[in-house]
Design a protein around this ligand. Sequence first.
Ligand code: NAD
Length: 261
Amino acid sequence: MIPTSQFLQMKGKRIVITGASSGIGKAMAPRFADAQAEVMLLDIDQAGLVALKENLIPHAALYPIDLRSREEIISFWADLSEQELPHVLINNAGIYPAKDLLDIDEAFLREVFAINLESMLWMCQGFIGRRKKRGGVIINVSSVEAVLPFKEDLLIYSVSKAGVLALTRALARDYGRVGYRVNCIVPGAVKTPGTTRLARLAVQKLRLDLFKAGYDFQTRLALNRWGHPDEVARVALFLASDLASYVQGAMIPVDGGFLSS
Ligand code: NAD
């Protein structure tokens, strides 16, 4: 029997984490580094990446990138040498701006889709395109909003994140046979700078409907509390490890019970 601790040992494994400057991605980086992995951190926020490296992970490799740009994603993969190729890809970067259907224009739609869905597709294409038959692990980050649209005005976000679920399952089906494990984490109610900004908006605008939505949201949390980003990072570590060797095409809620309540 393989010792449990050995399963979680990531020595010699390289892990790409997108959106690593803040929130969930920022928690994943030290979690994987602690498991001895070599972390490759991608974000548009270069200062955030540098701060993370200086404060927590001196050996991290930093890649400032705008994931809205397919060209930048293509260059990222093309510039990696064979020795630098990652074993695990975590597509985490995302944005969640709110807009009513009647106010949505093409620029808004393009922006949300470009980051939340298309960047994940292009990153998967680069990863599998470079690793070819060597296989690997892909973890995509969706949202409870993809399964149960709850907060008002997040419809484009919900559609983009539902696309992430479909992307995950389609890739799991198409590439499982050649050694790729592809799964999806479905977070909800995780306290991050992103969700804190949303809550602050409700306070600043004195939007009673947003307060009510916040209250209703809270009452669905079976664990009766918001999650810590590291609680998502730990699930990512499990999925990346061989503890999850037979987990394929799964969507795993990490939401304090929101979807089950
Ligand atoms: P966050 O806003 O705290 O962090 C997101 C990170 O993505 C930031 O570092 C940001 O700079 C980066 N990013 C944004 N646009 C980018 C771009 N164009 N190129 C490169 N990087 C870019 O958000 P978070 O709450 O940590 O969310 C992380 C992921 O989890 C997102 O995909 C989000 O949709 C998903 N999610 C979060 C929650 C939650 O409760 N926090 C719930 C459901 C889903």
